[in-house]
Write a protein that binds this ligand. Structure first.
Ligand SMILES: Cc1cc2nc3c(=O)[nH]c(=O)nc-3n(C[C@H](O)[C@H](O)[C@H](O)COP(=O)(O)OP(=O)(O)OC[C@H]3O[C@@H](n4cnc5c(N)ncnc54)[C@H](O)[C@@H]3O)c2cc1C
Length: 607
């Protein structure tokens, strides 16, 4: 039994879907009353009665959650001047300084850079804000990050995830979720890059010229305040490479798109609060989405804006007196207003009885979602958000970049080595060498079946942009009634193209409320041909028809079949990461990681 708690509307309870898990325990709990100590207590009490056998680990993991501290300081790494970066280029430009030059040092650029460098490539990375921490807070499903060895960069884990459809109806999912310690992840990646010889430069890429049979040339510029080790004053330089990777995030500096890039936006206002207490929230559970809206009903303007741009709150309890809340419009075109979201969040907090004592940090964001595909292939390789790796229906990407970066690097390293030996022997590159290289890269960033997956998600995204609050609730009620493996793997790019068709048909035929069927049909009609059928058909032969769970890329395909996958989730829930089992073990692991980080920092500074 995977869902420990399911509270659904009466129509759902009465429904007879064949996919509705018969052994789920069902009970009702008022989810969002103005909390009193009593109601909170009662809720916790009920919760214990319905504990999943594995939940014993939750209490244990709450200790771990408190022990895993966030690192706030970025580990130092060497930043080269533009002159240092330019060193080593031959005069006629045949022999480039770098095998690969990456523009952008977000999660995408650094993940790819570290794997290419580990494979022996000469890598340069330019970014005008290299020495600053990343601005965004990232969340991941633990089963997405753990296989790739990044658990030390997750500073909080919640074993339970709540989805709240409205004031009376909640679904609790047994899929662990974590918050990325963005500083630790950036520090780890820059350290790995440095260890493997990556050269960093605090500069902006401003121009790019591709040649048929010579390396590409990127113009970079730094301003006087950049920490480039070479004194003040604005500088410009030219760097050459066999392959240029555009990892500039949503600014998509060099990658071209098939048609005008016209994304929707996930708009958010989020803040980390110091609070008197957590109100209705519980330490071991984060809330992925809470679409309740009754707290807005006494404000006509806010109700109107919520009808046009429905928002939910995403909630992460970070400690007994710390809470991260983000009011979020899932997707909208044009984007809604984050000021309006701030107002909605304040009203929601007041209704929940949450009393903030301080705003520790806050952020406003408009994350572009969906939008036209990049041209595949093209001479500039895109990676990260630039290459449209962000999930069009959820806005997530970090874990996907963790998964894709090593495989992109492993397919690029052999041809890069061949090109390097060719120019080292004094041979000229032939016409086509560099186009072929970029094609290999794009083929791994976007294999045909994954493009098909994106087509499906993109279609779903267009529909989501048009739904009002009740329709969204109907949609998600249906979505989360799917067999768990289907929706979980949909969010993690682990369904094949065929898997998506199966999922879409099931949502339609068996999961969504009947009242929502006409709306869904009418609203999706304009996109069925151009977003779904035509792109889907253009991607070539389908993967094997018996493969629904299809993660060809991670070399772990069998793990995502439901039987193995749920066993793995149970292991994740009950084990502690990196093999530590007791609070003392975790304390030791955290201290060891801090000491290693300090040592790395001293080594890099000493170099
Ligand atoms: C507010 C927000 C919250 C998000 N939350 C999540 C989440 O919880 N989970 C998740 O998986 N995903 C999330 N995402 C989506 C996605 O993972 C992020 O956008 C992620 O940062 C994308 O990584 P990236 O490396 O592709 O681009 P970015 O992180 O945007 O990095 C791009 C880098 O390129 C640099 N750059 C820009 N122009 C140039 C130039 N001309 N030359 C050189 N460098 C340049 C920038 O300075 C920047 O450092 C979120 C996105 C946003 C905006």
């Amino acid at each position: 039994m995977r869902r420990s708690v399911v509270i659904l509307t009466s129509f759902l309870l009465n429904s007879t879907s064949s996919f509705y898990h018969p052994t789920n325990s069902i009970f009702r709990t008022p989810l969002t009353p103005p909390p009193t100590h009593n109601s909170l207590h009662q809720k916790q009490h009920q919760h214990q009665h319905h504990q999943h056998p594995n939940q014993q680990s939750s209490t244990k993991s709450s200790h771990h959650q408190q022990l895993r501290r966030s690192s706030s300081k970025l580990c130092a790494f060497k930043i080269s001047s533009i002159e240092e970066m330019e060193r080593g280029q031959d005069e006629d430009g045949h022999n480039p300084q770098f095998d690969v030059l990456i523009c952008g040092a977000g999660p995408g650029g650094l993940l790819l850079g570290s794997h290419l460098a580990k494979g022996g490539c000469r890598v340069g990375i330019v970014d005008p804000v290299l020495d600053k921490p990343w601005p965004n807070n990232y969340g991941v499903w633990i089963d997405e990050a753990e296989p790739f060895g990044y658990m030390e960069c997750i500073d909080r884990v919640w074993n339970e995830v709540g989805v709240i459809f409205d004031e009376d109806n909640e679904l609790v999912l047994d899929r662990p979720y974590g918050r990325v310690d963005r500083t630790r992840l950036k520090s780890r990646l820059t350290s790995e890059c440095t260890e493997h010889g990556v050269q960093f430069c605090n500069a902006r890429a401003t121009d790019l010229i591709h040649h048929d049979d010579e390396p590409s040339v990127v113009t970079i510029k730094s301003n006087g305040s950049d920490n480039n080790g070479g004194g003040g004053g604005s500088r410009e330089g030219k760097l050459s490479a066999f392959l240029v990777v555009d990892a500039t995030g949503f600014s998509r500096k060099f990658v071209k798109h098939q048609e005008e890039f016209d994304p929707g936006y996930q708009v958010t206002y989020g803040a980390r609060y110091a609070v008197e207490d957590l109100g209705p929230y519980e330490g071991d559970k984060m809330i992925l989405m809470d679409y309740s809206e009754k707290h807005l009903y006494d404000d006509e303007e806010l109700v109107k804006s919520n009808d046009r741009f429905p928002s939910f709150v995403y909630a992460m309890p970070l400690g007994p007196n710390e809470l991260f809340l983000e009011e979020t419009i899932l997707v909208s075109r044009p984007g809604g207003s984050s000021r309006n979201l701030e107002e909605r969040l304040q009203k929601r907090m007041a209704a929940l009885g949450i009393k903030p004592t301080k705003i520790l940090e806050d952020e406003r964001a408009a994350i572009p979602m969906g939008g036209a595909d990049p041209i595949v292939p093209q001479r500039t390789l895109g990676f990260g958000a630039t290459a449209s790796l962000v999930h069009p229906a959820s806005g997530y990407m970090v874990a996907r970049a963790m998964e894709i970066a090593p495989r992109v690097a492993s397919t690029l390293v052999p041809p890069l080595q061949r090109l390097r030996s060719k120019v080292d022997c004094g041979q000229r590159l032939s016409k086509g060498d560099l186009d072929d290289l970029a094609e290999v890269g794009w083929g791994t960033v976007w294999p045909a079946d994954e493009r098909r997956q994106r087509d499906f998600m993109h279609f779903g995204f267009e529909l989501l942009c048009l739904l009002n609050p009740q329709e969204l609730r109907d949609f998600f009620t249906g979505f989360f009634r799917l067999p768990d493996a289907l929706w979980e793997h949909f969010l993690s790019w682990r369904l094949s193209g065929i898997g998506h068709i199966v999922m879409g048909l099931r949502v339609w035929a068996q999961c969504i409320p009947r009242r929502f069927m006409p709306t869904m049909l009418i609203k999706s009609l304009p996109f069925i041909a151009n977003r779904l059928v035509l792109p889907f058909a253009s991607r070539g032969a389908l993967e094997p028809l018996d493969k629904i769970y299809w993660d060809a890329q991670s070399n772990l395909p069998e793990r995502w079949e439901p039987a193995a996958y749920f066993k793995y989730l149970q292991e994740l829930r009950s084990s502690e990461f990196s093999g530590t089992k007791t609070v003392e073990d975790v304390e030791k692991a955290v201290m060891a990681a801090d000491a290693a980080e300090k040592e790395r920092e001293e080594t890099v500074v000493g170099k």
